[in-house]
Design a protein around this ligand. Structure first.
Ligand SMILES: [Mg+2]
Length: 452
């Protein structure tokens, strides 16, 4: 990592250890703004304040967009071909994913956070988000701390972040959401440290915007007349236990009411099933396209699996193809086909999951059909530290467990793409389409930007 050119701000954690008595629990979430786009803009000053989007594998979907692109109406997660007219009309600069660059920048951001508050207080949550335990560090006020974190990360890495600080993880996510909703007014930082501020933020947050509440739960809550987080926070715990997924619901209620129930490194929910599915933006007809989709979904699902420190033993792949509309029928339902495989050993390794998933995809696929949707479901989920051995199959050595962890957390920069796994296995004819990839500025010496 390059030596920072600015003077080194002292780690905030040192001053805190002098005042342990002031330590009410406080969490910060630090979230990089439009992360992939921000990385792309770092070395392209001509793109500052300009609309930019980054595309997923094979240039399929928009996975990151700047505020300028958002204002033009470019949809997040929308298929590229649908946004193309808008992109061309307004001259939106488009990039293919450049994971080497993003991984390297991610590491720099996380290193900066570790420097500021200490590694023990830092939980890397995703490539562009980290939770920090900032308990007792707000001696000069938590807003001051949040601004200090934000400014230091931006000065050292060039990446702008939003910071939310509150007594619990769920509330810190909510604070961050508030900061992002009004970047100008909040300077991208928001602190919930008084009961009044928390109440107000709860009232202004819809249940579907809450961390841990999926779309299905949000719909259920709405059907019971619960629309905002304040209403939800006032429900009794016994109700949450019954209707909000047992202990996870109880923890959520505690968190909403300012009582920390999810520590650093803990997840709100340990899912028993992990599904990743998506409608195809355009009709898909070839086996290769179907496989690309399945490989991508598996890699997402595997990341979720590893994040909750679990392994899965059952993979289900499904796909939906179009069927002819019957005369008089109002809806055109597709036909769904699916198949599952039980693995000899439960795993969370992407490549151990991808191979069987692609084999299922090959079996299910039939030429001549038009596919509109595909998905994967991981089940048979158990904690990673207690995988059930299979007496008849020798257990594979777990060298990969650490590898995966590295890929998720630290060495994201070395990950070219999940398809690299597949390339060594079942399919060799895949080539990621990366028409608009930028140089790997910080990850390859040859691609360092030059100043003339
Ligand atoms: Mg982000």
């Amino acid at each position: 990592m390059a030596t920072p050119l600015v003077e080194l701000p002292s780690p905030v954690v040192q001053s805190a250890s002098c005042h342990p008595a002031t330590a009410a629990t406080m969490y910060a979430i630090v979230d990089c703004n439009s992360f992939y786009c921000s990385c792309e803009r770092l070395f392209r000053p001509d793109l500052w304040n300009r609309p930019v989007v980054v595309l997923s594998n094979n240039d399929g979907c928009i996975i990151s967009r700047t505020d300028e692109a958002k204002r033009l109406g470019v949809e997040m997660a929308g298929p590229y071909f649908q946004a193309k007219p808008l992109i061309e009309k307004y001259g939106v600069t488009t990039f293919s994913s450049n994971y080497n660059l993003y991984g390297d920048m991610s590491r720099r951001v996380m290193d900066t956070l570790r420097h500021l508050v200490g590694a023990q207080r830092t939980e890397v949550y995703s490539v562009d988000e980290a939770f920090l335990d900032v308990s007792g560090l707000g001696t000069a006020g938590y807003r001051h701390l949040a601004l200090h974190i934000r400014q230091t990360v931006e000065r050292w890495t060039g990446i702008s972040v939003s910071v939310g600080i509150a007594p619990t993880k769920v509330l810190s996510k909510m604070a961050n959401h508030t900061a992002q909703k009004n970047k100008q007014g909040t300077q991208c930082v928001y602190v919930l440290d008084t009961p009044q501020a928390i109440q107000q933020a709860l009232a202004n947050t819809r249940v579907d915007e809450l961390w841990g509440i999926g779309r299905r739960y949000a719909e259920k809550l709405n059907s019971w007349g619960i629309y905002d987080a304040l209403q939800l926070s006032r429900m009794p715990e016994s109700w949450a236990r019954k209707h909000l997924g047992g202990i996870a619901g109880v923890r959520l209620m505690k968190e909403l009411n300012g009582e920390p129930a999810i520590g650093l490194g803990d997840e709100l929910v340990t899912k028993k099933m992990i599904a990743t599915t998506r409608m195809f933006g355009k009709p898909v007809t070839t086996l290769q396209q179907v496989k690309e989709a399945v490989a991508t979904y598996i890699s997402r699902a595997a990341e979720k699996l590893r994040r909750q420190k679990s392994v899965a033993s059952v993979i289900t792949v499904f796909m939906v193809y179009k069927t002819a509309q019957l005369p008089g029928a109002h809806f055109r339902h597709g036909t769904s086909v699916s198949a599952s495989v039980i693995l000899p050993n439960a795993t969370a390794n992407t490549h151990e999951l991808i191979k069987p998933a692609l084999q299922i995809a090959e079996q299910l696929y039939q030429a001549g059909y038009i596919y509109k949707k595909a998905g994967v479901l991981l089940s048979g989920i158990i904690p990673a530290d207690a995988p059930q051995g299979n007496l008849f199959v020798p257990k594979a050595p777990d060298a990969n467990g650490r590898l995966m962890e590295m890929m998720d957390n630290i060495n994201f920069s070395m990950r070219n793409d999940v398809l690299r796994f597949a390339a060594g296995g079942t399919v060799r004819n895949w080539k990621m389409r990366q028409e608009f990839r930028s140089p790997r500025y910080t990850a390859r010496w040859k691609e360092l930007p030059e100043v003339h």
